[in-house]
Design a protein around this ligand. Structure first.
Ligand SMILES: [Zn+2]
Ligand SMILES: [Zn+2]
Length: 363
């Protein structure tokens, strides 16, 4: 069974699909858990029209290898894996410059032209959102989309590493390179924001200010490492941050993806501070900032999927989890079966859920 989006704005339908056998470099994975991410919601609502429908949703998953193609020698049935859509070619300018997360070539993620489709229904091709299609009992993926992991890690926790944790922790550690002793503000404390909070704590920040409009998220942000919280519907976050820090923060992250929040991030910066856009932002939005602040060497940048090198980052983050330094347990706010996936989308509306994870039978 798979969660299929047939048209933008419609409800997801859970249906049987046909998953092909793995070709040479492909792996068939039995999905055990898949987190539901804001990008799935954006896709469902039609704000990512460059991803066509009908498509199988989902891109934050972990599972068990079921079958491997003839060219695969380093994975076998029974191995545990995390899937990641940052599939890289290894030969383009970005890959060769140390930024494989910005790989310019999508071909390695897909089957060659003329090959039968990986996913189909009644003979018609189905696309996989984000080239993963992870809200599905089975995923058929290129080897380059998978990282093997040890079997002691619960797969519903491991799944979160596939997107939210990779994006948030990576934004702090890889993109911003948060320095020990620095001050940090994080705007929006859902799955990605709380991962940024944790990344800043792991990096040794002295002060981490969590900003949100939902009280329960501010409380959980404290558990993840925030030293201060600002309720943005009752206080002006820029003024509150200035009051808490004296001269502003060294790093401010927009985990939501809003020009209003990003400009507040910028206004919250100390001299030489860095504002980082992490959340997905709709196309065409223009940012307005006081340009004179740039002369105080403030910077504005973005972080794409935590500037990840996921084959290296994921085992690192799992070590941090084992050592109790990265809390994945508290990030899972709810577990649901696939046929209740619409409830996961509805939970985004209230803003209360941290992360809903869809778990599959036999999990
Ligand atoms: Zn995601
Ligand atoms: Zn590349």
């Amino acid at each position: 069974m798979s969660a299929i989006l047939r048209s933008y704005g419609a409800n997801v339908s859970v249906e049987e699909i046909v998953v092909d056998d793995p070709m040479d470099n492909e792996v068939l994975v039995r999905t055990v858990a898949c987190g539901v991410c804001h990008s799935d919601l954006h896709f469902k609502q039609g704000s990512m029209p460059h991803f066509p429908v009908p498509a199988v949703l989902g891109h934050e998953a972990a599972g068990v290898v079921e079958k491997v193609g003839s060219g695969i020698t380093d994975l076998k049935p029974g191995d545990h894996v995390i899937a990641c859509n940052a599939i890289a070619c290894g030969t383009c300018k970005q890959c060769l410059s140390g930024a494989p997360h910005l790989c310019m070539n999508r071909a390695p993620a897909r089957r060659p032209r003329g090959a039968p489709p990986r996913l189909s229904q009644d003979g018609s091709k189905l696309l996989a959102f984000s080239d993963l299609g992870a809200l599905s009992q089975y995923m058929l993926l290129p080897r380059g989309a998978l990282v093997p992991i040890d079997k002691d890690i619960p797969l519903d926790r491991a799944a979160l590493i596939g997107c939210a944790v990779l994006t948030g922790v990576g934004a702090a550690l890889n993109t911003a390179k948060v320095a020990p002793g620095s001050r940090v503000a994080v705007f929006g404390c859902g799955g990605v924001g709380s991962s940024i909070v944790q990344g800043a704590r792991i990096a040794g920040a002295r002060q981490i200010i969590a900003v949100d409009i939902v009280q329960s998220k501010l409380e959980s942000a404290r558990r993840f490492g925030a030293t201060d919280t600002v309720h943005a519907s009752t206080a002006n976050p820029v003024e509150a941050i200035m009051e808490l820090t004296g001269d502003g923060v060294d790093y401010a992250f927009d985990a939501v993806g809003s020009t209003r929040l990003l400009s507040q991030c910028y206004e919250s910066l100390a001299q030489r501070g860095m504002a980082v856009l992490v959340g997905a932002i709709p196309a065409g939005q223009k940012l307005s900032i006081d340009a004179r602040g740039l002369l105080r060497e403030r910077k504005v940048t973005g972080s794409f999927m935590g500037s990840n090198r996921f084959q290296v980052d994921m085992p690192y983050y799992l070590d941090l989890y084992r050592q109790g330094r990265l809390d994945l347990d508290a990030m899972v706010s709810n577990r649901l079966p696939l046929d209740r996936v619409e409830e996961a989308f509805a939970a985004f509306e209230t803003g209360e859920a941290m992360r809903t994870v869809i778990t599959f039978e036999g999990a």
